[in-house]
Ligand binder design. Structure first.
Ligand code: AMP
Ligand code: FE
Ligand code: FE
Ligand code: ZN
Length: 289
């Protein structure tokens, strides 16, 4: 047996991924992965289905969530692994974020209509399906269907990105509150793609170091396609200095949904996975799916 391939960042149709949790797990097994973490945005909704498929096909699933947070007005994504999914405070926080997502829908539809791209409610609904966590990628898929853009990337590049003309803000949890919620639920907290996109401006090396030293943050997602090689080296050295766990994941959202970001394109070592599992067990978290 070779080294296990471990991808600790994937999404399903429970949030803005294209594959159902079951299909995602089958694709992961076909891609040669032995462990994946399902980290849907602001919801645990995909984990039940993932659990039944995992047992059926013999793939290991680490339960996760990717929480929409904000620090100093800038979006920061936080991965929580092994959280107790019945934790009241964490669920209340996630519910607040999801309701902010829902509240944004009509404003986005109005904005897009003003920009000449009306999105009929039923077209959007067909892409959201039963996801409780509606997001910009669902709008992007509707825009593709309506012929306004050719793929999700073009939808973001021209219209939906944080700087784009169709961007509408929504509620996100304060970053440090989200760290506490993850630990309060027995989970392990890893900051997602910290030096990619925008969050680099509010997550400097000193701040990350202090969070890890104070026990507020467990790990840093170093290996992610938002980080080029130089960024990965710099972040790995920050992690090495403060003792942060170094993780990696694909941030897969479905084939062709984001250029790159294919299953298993970034991975996490078996030693780090074991340490995550130990910390979850010690903190009374939940490793089962
Ligand atoms: P939202 O959750 O509504 O704030 O939308 C953010 C999500 O959009 C991210 O989690 C990504 O899944 C997705 N996203 C961001 N940028 C892009 C892009 N350039 N191409 C495809 N998807 C993207
Ligand atoms: Fe996403
Ligand atoms: Fe993210
Ligand atoms: Zn993600």
């Amino acid at each position: 047996m070779g080294t296990p391939a471990i991808d600790l960042h994937t999404h399903s149709s429970a949030s803005d991924g294209a594959d159902t949790p079951g299909v995602l797990l089958m694709k992961a097994a076909q891609a040669g992965l032995s462990v994946i973490a399902l980290c849907d945005h602001d919801t645990f909704a995909g984990l039940r289905e993932a659990g039944s498929t995992a047992t059926a096909i013999g793939l290991e699933v680490l339960p996760g969530v990717e929480i929409s947070t904000r620090r100093r007005g800038v979006s920061v994504h936080l991965l929580g692994y092994g959280c107790r999914r019945d934790d009241l405070a964490l669920n209340a926080g996630l519910a607040k974020v999801r309701s902010g997502r829902q509240d944004r829908v009509e404003t986005m539809r109005t904005r897009l209509a003003e920009l000449g791209m009306p999105i009929p409610a039923d077209v959007l609904a067909a892409h959201v399906k039963d996801s409780p966590s509606v997001g910009r990628p669902h709008f992007a898929d509707a825009m593709v269907e309506l012929g306004y853009v050719s793929d999700r990337s073009e939808a973001f590049d021209r219209w939906l990105s944080d700087e784009g003309p169709a961007f509408v803000d929504r509620y996100c949890l304060p970053f440090e509150e989200a760290l506490q919620l993850v630990h309060g639920a027995g989970g392990v907290a890893v900051v997602a793609h910290p030096w990619g996109r925008t969050s680099v401006s509010v997550l400097d090396a000193d701040y990350l170091t202090s969070l890890v030293s104070d026990g507020l943050l467990d790990g840093i997602e170093v290996n992610h396609d938002d980080h080029d090689l130089a960024t990965r080296k710099a972040l790995a050295s920050v992690a090495g200095r403060c003792g942060a766990l170094v993780t990696g994941g694909s941030d897969y959202h479905g084939t062709g949904k984001k250029r790159g970001y294919e299953l298993g394109c970034n991975t996490t070592s078996a030693e780090v996975l074991t340490e995550i599992q130990h910390r979850v067990t010690d903190a009374g978290g939940q490793l089962g799916v």
